[in-house]
Design a protein around this ligand. Structure first.
Ligand code: ADP
Ligand code: MG
Length: 242
């Protein structure tokens, strides 16, 4: 896949013929310097933006005409859950209404929505906050709500752009453990963008982005070596030696 942004006076090659396969049930971390194309890739995967060249395959099948509306919205609704650094919750809605939103948009019967929302709040341990507004919650609690909303419609792919970027160390652990739990219990495929090597240790595999290309990768073996290896590889990239 390639993506070229045509500006008035210059062009940006945001993705340079990259190729990657994400396996079902895998958690992959994407690391890279600022402007290396991480968000652009997430936008291509979620059909928010169209690649200049290349294709997207889901479950081994070419996702056809996925970059044209109304297909793009449908594809996103059915396949992608999003988690952001800044939570993106609707501040005027209660926790349970925020979580219910994707199901309401999917026109599910309200009885079914109620059951499903209740289930997921229990699973993510946020039941006690169901009537609260997001602003009354801590950052970690808000991110739990955002994760609940992202997965309530059972999307095959969960995309998370710096999901722990606004959280303190302890809460970061809590949220990462929650993601691992989703991966283990629900076989949730997760693609996680981060600049933090520690966060990347929670993934199965790390892809290193630099200047629009995947320049390196690392398979975590879940030992204390992982952090050092990731840090070393990341340092090489940021120094531009790779
Ligand atoms: P990252 O998420 O890794 O920080 P991005 O994917 O946001 O990087 O951006 C990659 C490159 O593409 C950057 O040089 C950025 O300035 C450029 N870019 C991203 N979006 C646009 C856009 N809509 N128009 C023009 N250039 C863009
Ligand atoms: Mg980005």
């Amino acid at each position: 896949m390639s993506k070229v942004f045509q500006q008035k006076n210059h062009t940006v090659n945001a993705l340079k013929n990259i190729h990657c396969t994400i396996y079902q049930g895998e958690m992959v971390a994407i690391m890279g310097t600022s402007g290396s194309g991480k968000s652009t890739l997430l936008n291509m995967i979620s059909a928010i933006d169209e690649p200049t060249e290349g294709e997207l395959f889901l479950f081994g099948k070419r996702a056809q005409d996925v970059y044209k509306e109304p297909n793009a919205s449908k594809f996103r609704k059915e396949n992608i859950g999003f988690v952001f650094q800044s939570f993106h919750l609707l501040k005027d809605l209660s926790v349970e209404d925020n979580i219910a939103l994707p199901l309401i948009l999917n026109d599910l019967p309200s009885k079914e929505i109620k059951v499903r929302v209740h289930q997921i709040m229990e699973q993510l341990n946020i039941e006690a906050w169901r009537k609260h507004r997001p602003t009354e919650l801590s950052g970690g609690q808000q991110q739990r709500v955002a994760i609940a909303r992202a997965i309530i419609a059972n999307p095959p792919i969960l995309l998370a752009d710096e999901p722990t970027g606004a959280l303190d160390v302890n809460t970061t652990d809590e949220i990462l453990q929650l993601l691992v739990q989703l991966q283990k219990n629900m076989n949730q495929t997760i693609l996680l963008v981060t600049h933090d090597p520690y966060v990347a240790t929670y993934a199965n595999r790390v892809l290193f982005f630099h200047d629009g290309a995947i320049v390196d990768s690392y398979q975590n073996n879940k030992t204390h070596e992982d952090l050092d290896c990731i840090l070393t590889k990341f340092k090489l990239i940021t120094r531009g030696d790779s």
